[in-house]
Write a protein that binds this ligand. Structure first.
Ligand code: ATP
Length: 249
C-alpha cells in the first residue's frame, strides 16, 4: 500500500475516559485522513474531539495507533508534528496577538529568533496584521478565533486539527477560512471538526463521520454526496441525515 507524504491513518483506536465508561472512540478498522481537507462530522458526543485529541498526542489510546505517511507516530512526534486547535483554546490575556502566535510556534520547536517572523506570517494569512500588537483579551470572540487559527498556522505543522474553527466566524470570515485551508491543503492534511455540512461541497475533499465513537463513513465528498437511491447527487444535509438514519436502522 502506498501512502501520501501528508496523510494520517487511525488504526483500531480504542479510548475510554474511565474503566467504567463506554468508549468515547472505538474504531474497528482504520480511518484515513488523506492529504487535503477532511470534514469530521458527527452528532454531539460522537467522539470527534476525543479522536482529535488522540491524534494530537493529548490522550493516549488504550488500543490502536496513529500513523503518518504509513509510519506509526509516537507521542513526542505527534506533539511536535500535529497542531491541534481545540474547541475552547486557552489564550493568555496578557499577551499581544503577535506574542501569542510566536509562543505557539516556539512550543512546537521553532527557535525564538524565527518565532516572531512565523507569527507575522500567520497573522497576515488570517488578515490580522493590524491587530498584531493588540492584547488578546481586547479582541472580539470571532477575531480571537482567527487569532487561535493563526497560532496554529505559526507552528508550521504538516497536520492541522481544527475543532469547530468556524463556529464564531461571520460569513465573510468563514469564506476566508475556507479559502485559506484550500491553499494550505496543498501540502498538508487538515481535519476540521464541524456541525455545518453546508460548506462540504466547496470547502472539503474528504468526509469522515463518527457516531457513538465508531466511524460510519469515510470517503470523498463526491461519494458522500452520491445518493444511493437516486442517480443524482443529493444535498450535503440530506446525505448526512440519511447516513445517520441508515445507521439507526
Ligand atoms: N473529559 C471527559 N471525561 C469524561 N468523559 C468525556 C470527557 N470528554 C468527553 N467525554 C465523553 O466522551 C464522549 C465523546 O465526547 P467528545 O467530546 O469527543 O464528542 P464530540 O463529537 O466532540 O461532541 P461535540 O460535537 O458535542 O463537541 C461523550 O460521551 C462525552 O460525554
Amino acid at each position: 500500500m502506498s501512502f501520501q507524504a501528508a496523510s494520517l491513518e487511525c488504526d483500531g483506536l480504542l479510548f475510554a475516559y474511565s474503566r467504567k465508561s463506554r468508549p468515547a472512540v472505538s474504531l474497528v478498522n482504520s480511518i484515513s485522513f488523506p492529504q487535503g481537507r477532511t470534514a469530521l462530522l458527527g452528532p454531539n458526543g460522537a467522539g470527534k474531539s476525543t479522536l482529535l485529541s488522540i491524534i494530537a498526542g493529548g490522550l493516549t489510546p488504550q488500543r490502536g495507533v496513529v500513523r503518518a505517511g504509513g509510519v506509526v507516530m509516537h507521542r513526542q512526534t505527534q506533539i511536535s508534528q500535529v497542531a491541534w486547535l481545540p474547541q475552547a483554546p486557552t489564550v493568555d490575556r496578557s499577551l499581544t496577538s503577535r506574542e501569542y502566535c510566536a509562543y505557539q510556534a516556539w512550543l512546537k520547536g521553532t527557535p525564538s529568533g524565527s518565532a516572531l517572523e512565523a507569527a507575522d506570517k500567520a497573522l497576515a494569512l488570517v488578515g490580522l496584521s493590524e491587530q498584531s500588537r493588540a492584547l488578546t483579551h481586547r479582541l472580539s470572540v470571532g477575531t480571537r478565533a482567527r487569532l487561535c487559527l493563526a497560532g496554529t498556522l505559526a507552528t508550521g505543522a504538516k497536520y492541522l486539527l481544527l475543532d469547530e474553527p468556524m463556529a464564531a466566524l461571520d460569513p465573510a470570515q468563514r469564506r476566508n477560512f475556507l479559502k485559506l485551508i484550500r491553499d494550505l491543503a496543498e501540502e498538508r492534511a487538515i481535519i476540521v471538526s464541524t456541525h455545518d455540512v453546508l460548506d462540504l461541497d466547496q470547502g472539503f475533499d474528504h468526509v469522515v463521520v463518527l457516531r457513538g465513537g465508531r466511524c460510519v463513513f469515510g470517503g470523498s465528498v463526491e461519494s458522500f454526496l452520491a445518493g444511493s437511491e437516486h442517480a443524482q447527487r443529493i444535498s450535503a444535509t440530506e446525505a448526512y441525515v440519511r447516513l445517520l438514519a441508515e445507521d439507526d436502522a
